[in-house]
Write a protein that binds this ligand. Structure first.
Ligand code: ATP
Ligand code: MG
Length: 310
């Protein structure tokens, strides 16, 4: 199996509150199921850009699993690494948006099919055959066995000199213990590309300001640091240089998934040989376009569509 990009983690469905400021404490209407899961969104966008991508994940033998599986396969994701289990149902996320811009999530994940990923699912041959391993921090919090699986993949990828990219993608709802921070920092020590939000980067490096955070990441050995700034665009630091890109003007309909699509745009560009400036520009457009559709995976774009925006 030859893959440009391999990722590991949750493949799930998302139910979205219909109304802004609709809380989870009162009955309300929800839209969905939409295909979701940060690594799933990421890999879907990777293949839509023309690269070969696979995801190690697990779904239940239910229609939620079938729906998201069909979507990934139709879009071109290599399905051979997606497992199915009878014992658990497919992972589910509920999300609601508030007028102050905040989101609230309820995840049915640790006791879902999504948690059924084990170190045995990673083989040396598999990791040898890839160009890049991309990890999302949120997946580490699913369960201990998922975390162990990810660490095994990282250790192997590192020993084979593969590109390792990491998006801490911290969701407070999934917990952030000192042990979790330790794991994040272990991963940073093996990572060459970090793509993160502004607040997350301070948290994971235990820094007070951006300058300290960048220096700490460099000390960990990170080569390319990308900061995602939502409506304000994005920045990058590479070989002592600073890069930034203004936001691409769009009307935001649903912000979920922007970071995952952005990550895919950046990694795909780097693997296709573009420089940092161009990778940042392309990722920025892809991130912006992804927020124009309702549903976390609905805003992914094809390579051909992207060309028309350049
Ligand atoms: P999430 O984890 O919720 O998917 P994130 O916090 O990782 O998102 P964001 O910073 O929200 O990532 O979005 C990623 C990138 O997408 C931004 O850096 C920017 O380039 C683009 N983007 C996101 N929202 C907008 C917007 N409203 N207008 C223009 N560009 C946007
Ligand atoms: Mg994110």
């Amino acid at each position: 199996m030859e893959l440009d990009v391999l990722t590991i983690g949750e493949i799930l469905v998302e139910m979205m509150a219909k109304r802004i400021d609709q809380d989870f404490l009162h009955p309300g209407e929800f839209l969905g199921p939409y295909p979701s899961g940060a690594p799933a969104i990421f890999i879907d966008q990777i293949v839509r850009l023309g690269l070969k991508g696979g995801i190690i994940g697990c779904i239940g033998e239910d229609d939620f699993g079938e729906m998201v599986y069909r979507r990934l396969i139709n879009d071109g994701v290599d399905g051979r690494l997606i497992k199915r289990t009878k014992e658990y149902i497919t992972g589910i996320a509920f999300v609601t948006y508030f007028s102050n811009g905040e989101r609230k999530f309820i995840f049915h994940l640790p006791y879902s099919a999504g948690s059924q990923i084990f170190p045995e699912d990673i083989t040396e041959d598999l990791v040898k055959s890839i160009k890049c391993l991309h990890i999302m921090g949120c997946s580490l919090a699913i369960s201990k066995n998922v975390k162990d699986t990810i660490i095994k993949a990282i250790d192997l990828a590192y020993s084979f000199g593969k590109i390792i990219s990491f998006d801490p993608n911290i969701r407070v709802e999934l917990g952030l213990s000192p042990e979790y921070l330790n794991t994040l920092q272990y991963i940073l020590s093996k990572t060459s590309i970090v793509m993160s939000g502004e607040k997350e980067i301070l948290t994971i490096t235990d820094s007070q300001n951006m300058e300290d955070a960048i220096n700490r990441l460099r000390d960990f050995g990170v080569k390319i640091i990308v900061i995602k700034k939502g409506k304000k665009g994005a920045e990058a630091y590479y070989e002592g240089k600073y890069y930034r890109v203004d936001p691409y003007p769009v009307e935001e309909v649903d912000p979920t998934g922007a970071g995952d699509c952005f990550d895919a745009g950046f990694i795909a560009s780097i693997l296709q040989g573009y420089d940092i400036n161009m990778a940042l520009k392309l990722a920025n457009i892809i991130g912006a376009l992804s927020v124009t559709k309702k549903g976390p995976m609905e805003g992914v774009v094809d390579r051909e569509v992207l060309k028309t925006y350049m």
